[in-house]
Design a protein around this ligand. Structure first.
Ligand code: BG6
Ligand code: MG
Length: 224
């Protein structure tokens, strides 16, 4: 039985993962090194400050900056990210997402956002998605970063759902691990082999009905 679907935001509902990566890559360029898309994978699902550590380590600069300088670098990345997402429109919601959310609602399934991002609420508003959710747990509420399950457990609690009745939708390995640690099933979205630990994987929500997904999860057949 599925009582609640918990959705990551960046890379699952909207294509903001690329804006996060581009902002880190441009910061890295200013610091004198190339931060590759492959290295960027490790920042998915991870908090802003933890992502900064990944970026600095990639450039061999992990010991170079004070705490205050790190705060300034993270603020600079966020400013670049916000400049990019300020131009977002509802058209940037990924294919099939809106239909899937409506379909889940028709099946009386609670819909929760579980994101590490402190910018999640602003992006939901820009993309006209806020009304699709019964609860929003984001980086301003969660204190522990994925793969800690805190964000998902808080989300389940917010709608009174038991963890084993929840399904988490994630594009990041850290998020799949968080779901597992929280005792929840997971659907890896568009992540390839890095999401092999997910209960089920889908390429996108396009053409994906809630019923078909629920049936596939029941059977645990792998890719849908
Ligand atoms: C996650 C993204 O959703 O949010 C990460 O996958 C990002 O890449 C994290 O670092 C924190 O986001 P923000 O918007 O608070 O900097
Ligand atoms: Mg994500």
């Amino acid at each position: 039985m599925i009582a609640c679907c918990i959705f990551d935001l960046d890379g699952v509902l909207v294509d903001t993962a690329r804006y996060h990566y581009e902002a880190w890559a441009s910061l890295a360029r200013d610091l004198g090194f190339v931060f590759t898309p492959e290295q960027g994978e490790a920042t998915k699902g991870v908090s802003r400050m933890a992502s900064l550590e990944i970026v600095l380590r990639a450039g061999g600069l992990q010991d170079r900056f004070t705490a205050a300088e790190r705060e300034r670098l993270a603020a600079e990345k966020n400013a670049r990210y916000l400049a990019a997402v300020a131009r977002m429109t509802p058209a940037e919601v990924l294919p099939g997402v809106r239909d899937f959310l409506c379909d889940a609602a028709r099946h009386d399934v609670r819909r929760v956002l579980g994101s590490a991002s402190k910018n999640a609420a602003a992006i939901l508003d820009r993309c006209d998605l806020r009304a699709c959710f019964d609860a929003v747990i984001d980086g301003t509420l969660a204190t522990k970063a994925k793969p800690d399950p805190e964000v998902f457990l808080r989300g389940a609690a917010a709608v009174g759902a038991a963890p084993d009745t929840c399904v988490v939708f994630e594009d990041a390995a850290a998020g799949i691990e968080a779901a597992m640690r929280g005792g929840m099933r997971s659907v890896g979205v568009a992540g390839g082999e890095s999401l092999a630990a997910a209960t089920l994987r889908i390429d996108s929500f396009e053409g994906c009905s809630f019923e078909a997904l629920a049936a596939a999860l029941e059977r645990k057949t792998g890719d849908l």
